[in-house]
Ligand binder design. Sequence first.
Ligand SMILES: [Mg+2]
Length: 222
Amino acid sequence: MFKAILFDLDNTLLDFLTFKKETAKAAAKAMIKQGLPATEIEVYGKIFSVYDEKGIEYQKTFYEVVKQYNLELNLAEKIQQAGIIAYQQKKYEVLRSYPMVKPTLRKLRDKGLKLGIISDAPRNKAWQRLVLTGLENEFDFVITFSDTQEYKSHPSPFTLALKKLGVLPDAVLFVGDNPSKDIKGAKLIGMRTCLARYGQHFKDDVKADYEIGKFEDLMRVV
Ligand SMILES: [Mg+2]
C-alpha cells in the first residue's frame, strides 16, 4: 500500500540523545581537567541548559559555558578547546544507529519502497551523522533544514519530499520520534504516520496512525 517511507534522522534512525549525553559528560570532564573550577554535574547541567536555550544544534555551546566563569582569556580558550576536542572524539565513538536499522532499510528497499529523510539538522551535520553511522547510501534523498529553511511541522520540507517522490501523500509513511514536529507535519500534508516510540522523549500531543517499539517492527506496518 505504501510507495515510499520517509524518516526523521535524530532519535529515529540514530540514537542522538545518548550521543548528546555522552559527549556532554566527556566534554565536562576534559574542561575540568584543564582547570574549569566546577564539578562534572554542574558543567553537564550548564551544557544542557545551553542546548535548551539555543537549540541542540547550537555551535558555540562550550564557549557559552566557559564564559560564565569569567576566566583569563587564554585559560578560557584552552578549556573551551579541550571541551570541543573531547566532544568530537566521543562523538566518533558513540554515535550509532539504533539496532537493526540498516538491515531493515535494505528489506524495505527490496520491497520496492522509496526511502528518504526529512531532518531539521543542518545539511553538513545530517550528512556527517549519516556517514558516521554508515547510512549515507541507503536513501533516495535527504532533505535537511538547509533545503527549505523551515523546521518541521512546517509543510515546506514535506512538500519538497512529495515533489521528489512524485506520489500522492497517502502513499507515504512518515516515521519520526517527535509528535509535534514529525507526526503533526506529516499528518497536515496527508501522509500516514508512525511514531518511533523507542526514541520518543516528547509529550504525545498528536496521535500517529502506527507506533513501533523497535526499528525492525516497521516490517509489520508496511
Ligand atoms: Mg527526531
